[in-house]
Ligand binder design. Structure first.
Ligand code: MN3
Length: 382
């Protein structure tokens, strides 16, 4: 029986994690749940899974929840202290880090320091603090299991392989809803267009990031940290069908790929079971109904997300925070209708003109300080 703490339980990854837990009741117990502010869904989840602790980040939401579940014996907490507290509980065996955005960094680091294994869906954590988290995991004998479908695929392809023989990581991307369009054709796309992902049903933030290919830029950096490769050795291949979830090319030119229908259940379950296979009742690939698999080069002139990410990484780790923070706020502005789609790139490029004189390896405090400076800069200008 494994005790899970799930950060982001009301989101897309969180709800699917709970569906798996519900199917595998003999293997998992939910020790604690956390979300940002969704009281209604959290109340439902608490009544169904009966965790001993629950956190809503927003204090007023936590107070509301406390009132609603006062018939239950559940410890209700709020804020960053609450997130860090449940992430380091003695009884916790694995932290599922599935909150969206940089809010996930502190609790994830706290869990690693407490020796908890991590199922990582929060890519912002590795993107901005990979240079802290990866060595910290080694130091504390912590296993980091990727939940991102591409990284789970790479993890599966690398299993039982000689890491020194890895030549290249081939990271696949669907291309999103705007694949094939040119820059000028993206001027007036709406939020609804951007949310209309061809293959994957995901949360809003990541769906917009997929449309801009910023998500793929974040994933290149994530792959660099997870698999200890040079960033130049992570190549993005557009594969519109999303059947191949990523590949590894070895020095003898063999290429291993992991295939499956676009469904997050497999990577989530694979991480929950520490990289071991378990039966899955869901749909299987019908190869005879697949007419073909396509592979295209990314159009970096139109979709600047990958290039901006790699450039920021090469400039110094602190600029991955600038890139990520600028994107987080631009993404939110686009959702709120305050900016147009292409302005997401403008805002990131603008933030990257800021100079931050930190050493190559910024501390967590420096990362969070730069994050808030980027937020201030952008909100004062746009
Ligand atoms: Mn992905």
């Amino acid at each position: 029986m494994k005790n899970l703490v799930i950060l982001g339980s009301t989101g897309s990854i969180g709800t699917q994690t709970l569906e798996i837990v519900n199917d595998k009741k003999d293997d998992f117990k939910v020790l604690a749940l956390a979300a940002y502010s969704n009281v209604d869904l959290m109340e439902k989840q608490v009544r169904e899974f009966m965790p001993s602790h629950v956190v809503l980040y927003v204090e007023s939401a936590a107070n509301d929840l406390k009132e609603r579940i006062k018939d239950l014996n559940v410890n209700v907490l709020s804020g960053m202290e609450g997130l860090e507290y449940i992430s380091t509980l003695d009884a916790c065996d694995m932290l599922v880090a599935a909150m969206v955005g940089m809010i996930g960094i502190r609790p994830t680091i706290a869990a690693v320091k407490a020796g908890k294994d991590i199922a990582l869906a929060n890519k912002e954590t590795l993107v901005t603090a990979g240079h802290i988290i990866v060595p910290l995991c080694k130091e504390n004998n912590v296993n980091l299991y990727p939940v991102d479908s591409e990284h789970s695929a790479i993890y599966q392809c690398l299993k039982a392989q000689d890491r020194k023989m890895v030549d290249k990581i081939l990271l696949t991307a669907s291309g999103g809803p705007f694949l094939g369009r040119k820059y000028d054709e993206l001027k007036d796309v709406s939020l609804k267009d951007a949310l209309n992902h061809p293959n994957w049903a995901m949360g809003k933030k990541i769906t917009i990031d997929s449309a801009s290919l910023v998500n793929k830029g974040l994933e290149v950096i994530e792959a660099k940290w997870l698999f200890d490769v040079d960033i130049e050795d992570v190549e993005v291949i557009i594969h519109p069908q999303s059947i191949i979830h990523s590949m590894v090319q070895f020095k003898d030119n063999a290429v291993l790929a992991q295939l499956g229908l676009p469904d997050m259940k497999l990577p989530i379950q694979y991480a929950l079971y520490e990289g071991n296979r378990q039966p899955m009742p869901e749909r299987k690939i019908d190869f005879f109904s697949l007419s073909k698999l396509d592979f295209l080069k990314p159009d970096h002139e139109t979709f600047k997300g990958i290039k901006l990410a790699v450039d920021s990484y090469n400039r110094g780790y602190i600029y991955t925070t600038v890139f990520n923070a600028a994107n987080e706020i631009a993404n939110r502005y686009f959702q709120e209708g305050r900016i147009k789609f292409l302005q997401i790139y403008d805002i990131i490029e603008d933030a990257l003109t800021l100079n931050f004189d930190y050493c190559k390896t910024p501390t967590l405090d420096e990362i969070l300080d730069v994050e808030s400076k980027v937020y201030e800069y952008i909100s004062s200008k746009y």
